[in-house]
Design a protein around this ligand. Structure first.
Ligand code: FAD
Length: 679
């Protein structure tokens, strides 16, 4: 990637550009534009088959001589490892859990989208494509999204063949329900445990390959560095989390399927250990990080109850099919028993503001409106730090209409989970919900082949940025992870691998030795800092900064303040963190220290990215850019680009230099960019 050619001055004037003002002036430098050169042109519906045909083939006998490292055993990683193993490649598959089955994907509740049109309600590949482009607020690529919609139908067939027990109607046909941002029913589900059932399907396929000897699985191993030899990704350095041994693993190609980084906010619905380290280490070695500020805040989570929490719980979006969201019209009613509040005194605000989509508006919109009514003082539930942050999700109408058994059959496990966590019975009293960090649309930049800017480094699932634009529609993450792993990657990676055999790399190659050494030094540094503050306390403080200034609403002043706070806190972390124990055995505080160190650097980049984008789109709401009625206001003339950031290296004092911004222009040939409306 070439050097920066455009600079900004501290007063915000951009030199060498038509733009007159830039909030992030002085925080970054401009780089050359970047383009996705792999997507074929021509009719949208033919692009994927064209690419599959054009991508070169590795013949079956040669596949046995080609090796791949896949980091991650969630839906994206397990499906890719199983498929590549089945194809005959030699695969090493890594995860930090004690079993591939415990990847975060297991937590997914609500469902997976596919354009099967089983309900005959007008769905089609094109409609799924259109909904996803619009839902993503016109910040994703048309070619990628169309391919995703096309492949979605194959995923369901694949999973049914594996025995995934999707919900069925009385007559035996697969059932569907609706998720936000759409007016058809296209979400396939297995009660509130869809992720678990899909992961068991992928895991069985993976186990079959492990037994066949094509895949070797390394559990409780954490990738801590990427190995690059002659400009290509050729391996990883991983730490055995049980013995502490630092190991080198080499291969012809590396795939990261390492999930999302929502835990930079500390409190999120993600699994406690989800982190950014695999992606961030690759970023520091040259992989661009795209749209890092695009965070999805999910509207239906169990509200925060105090400062003691380390985890938030999602209540699936599927509940918005039958549950109605409301708050009292009058502040005076907010501490009443909701059952005593008369119908006329309730404000079903989503149904009121968005009559066409009602409670099924997309997540970004539902989240913001929940925040607005709570900011007005009409929130419900206990006060936390002086504010009630909760709204009702009420099933009384649905229970009256359909009967309790029907609601139990659809959502029983979710209701049980809510009752166990809150001590309240949601069949009797409305649930209380509030938005929480849930998913990240940002991730490593990849082209149509899912290859990053480092040759030989591919990225799949939530770890890449590719398909959801500024906002992901519900039930589309599982679709994308499995599309990438079962269908896209195995077809595109062969084009890269057809150039094999690659030159053999030995463990004493200087680049390998250097990567090993870097990991050792990092581990030793954490263990020898001997500070006074726990890793968790830093993580919590970083999370508070991110939520306050880079959460549901961002402003230029707030983001600048956040960057200052993060820099100060990060310096303190490196001087004063306390990591007890040794590196020779299980040491969770050592593991966390590495992850939190990377979160600090990521958090700063997220704020710079958010500062640069002075528009509101999807999960990124800038206070300075809204319509008169408070809706998000995009500026397509200025920001219709993917912001792909390069790591600039570090100054002599260890401080990071301004990152370099490479813009990928987004071109809409088949859809008209419109201001989103769900009214
Ligand atoms: C509570 C919840 C409910 C959800 N429900 C839905 C839903 O109903 N529908 C939907 O579409 N989406 C849903 N999502 C989103 C969806 O679950 C995730 O986006 C998706 O599962 C991510 O899959 P993945 O394979 O990309 O990553 P993950 O499942 O997060 O897997 C990451 C893998 O990478 C490994 N890994 C990471 N870093 C390293 C490292 N450094 N070294 C070694 N291994 C590493 C981990 O061990 C793990 O195996 C939900 C999310 C949450 C939080």
């Amino acid at each position: 990637m070439s050097d920066a050619h455009r600079t900004t001055t501290p007063d915000g004037t951009v030199q060498g550009s038509d733009e007159q003002h830039d909030d992030a002036a002085g925080y970054y430098v401009d780089g050359e534009p970047i383009a996705d050169t792999k997507a074929p042109g021509g009719p949208l519906a033919e692009r994927w088959s064209t690419r599959q045909f054009d991508a070169k083939i590795v013949n079956p006998a040669n596949r046995r001589k080609v090796s791949a490292i896949i980091v991650g055993t969630g839906l994206a990683g397990a499906s890719a490892a199983a498929t590549m193993g089945e194809a005959g490649y030699v695969v090493k598959n890594f995860c930090y859990q004690d079993s591939p089955r415990r990847a975060h994907s297991i937590a997914a509740q609500g469902g997976i989208n596919a354009a099967k049109n089983y309900k005959g309600d007008g769905d089609s590949v094109h409609r799924l494509f259109y909904d996803t482009i619009k839902g993503g607020d016109y910040r994703s690529r048309e070619s990628n999204v169309y391919r995703l919609a096309e492949v979605s139908v194959n995923i369901i067939d694949q999973c049914v063949a594996q025995g995934v027990p999707f919900a069925r109607e009385y007559g035996g046909l697969l059932d569907n329900r609706s998720f936000g941002g759409v007016q058809v029913s296209r979400t396939f589900y297995a009660r509130g445990q869809t992720g678990q059932q899909l992961l068991l399907g992928a895991y069985q396929a993976l186990e079959r390959q492990i037994a066949a000897g094509t895949v070797h699985c390394y559990t409780r191993h954490e990738m801590l560095e990427l190995v690059i030899v002659d400009g290509r990704a050729r391996g990883i350095i991983a730490r055995d989390l049980v013995t502490g041994e630092i190991e080198t693993h080499l291969a012809d190609v590396v795939v990261l399927a390492s999930g999302g980084y929502g835990n930079v906010f500390y409190l999120s619905t993600n699994a406690m250990n989800s982190n950014v380290t695999a992606s961030w280490r690759a970023h520091r070695k040259g992989a661009l990080m795209a749209n890092p500020c695009y965070t999805q805040i999910h509207p239906t989570c169990i509200p925060v109850t105090g400062t003691h929490q380390s985890k938030l719980t999602l209540m699936s979006e599927s509940l918005r099919n039958d549950g109605r969201i409301w708050v009292p019209k009058k502040k005076a009613d907010c501490d009443k028993d909701p059952r005593d509040i008369a119908e006329d005194d309730r404000d079903y605000y989503l149904e009121r503001i968005y009559p066409a989509f009602g409670n099924l508006v997309p997540r970004d919109i539902a989240s913001r409106q929940a925040k607005n009514v709570c900011d007005e003082g009409r929130g419900v539930g206990p006060e936390v730090e002086g504010v009630r942050r909760g709204v009702y999700l009420d099933f009384s109408d649905a229970i009256e209409r359909l009967g309790r058994p029907a609601i139990e059959a659809k959502y029983g496990n979710l209701f049980d989970m809510y009752a166990r966590i809150t001590g309240e019975d949601p069949y009797e009293v409305p649930m209380r919900i509030y938005p929480a960090v849930h998913y990240v649309m940002g991730g490593l930049w990849v082209d149509y082949d899912l290859q990053s800017t480092i040759p030989g480094l591919f990225v799949t699932g939530e770890a890449n940025f590719s398909d959801h634009g500024a906002n992901r529609l519900g039930a589309s993450a599982l679709m994308q992870g499995l599309a990438d792993g079962y269908f896209v990657l195995p077809n595109t990676i062969r084009d890269y691998l057809s150039a094999s055999p690659f030159e053999k790399v030995s463990e004493d190659h200087p680049a390998v030795v250097e990567a090993q050494q870097a990991v050792r030094e990092r581990v030793d540094k954490f263990l020898s800092t001997n500070g006074t503050r726990s890793v968790d306390s830093y993580h919590r403080e970083l999370g508070n900064i991110m939520w306050e200034y880079c959460g549901m609403e961002r402003t230029a002043d707030g983001l600048r303040k956040a960057i200052d706070l993060i820099r100060t806190l990060r310096q303190d972390f490196h001087r004063n963190v306390r990591v007890l124990g040794s590196g020779e055995n299980i040491n969770q505080s050592l593991e966390k220290a590495g992850r939190v160190a990377d979160f600090f650097e990521l958090g700063e980049l997220m704020c710079i990215d958010a500062l640069n984008r002075r528009e509101s789109c999807g999960g990124h709401f800038r206070g300075e850019s809204q319509t008169e009625d408070g809706e998000a206001l995009r500026h397509d003339d200025q920001y219709a680009y993917v912001a792909a950031w390069a790591w600039p290296g570090q100054g002599e004092d260890g401080e990071s230099l301004p990152p370099v911004l490479h813009k990928e222009h987004l071109n809409y040939e088949f859809t008209e960019m419109k201001q989103r409306s769900y009214k």
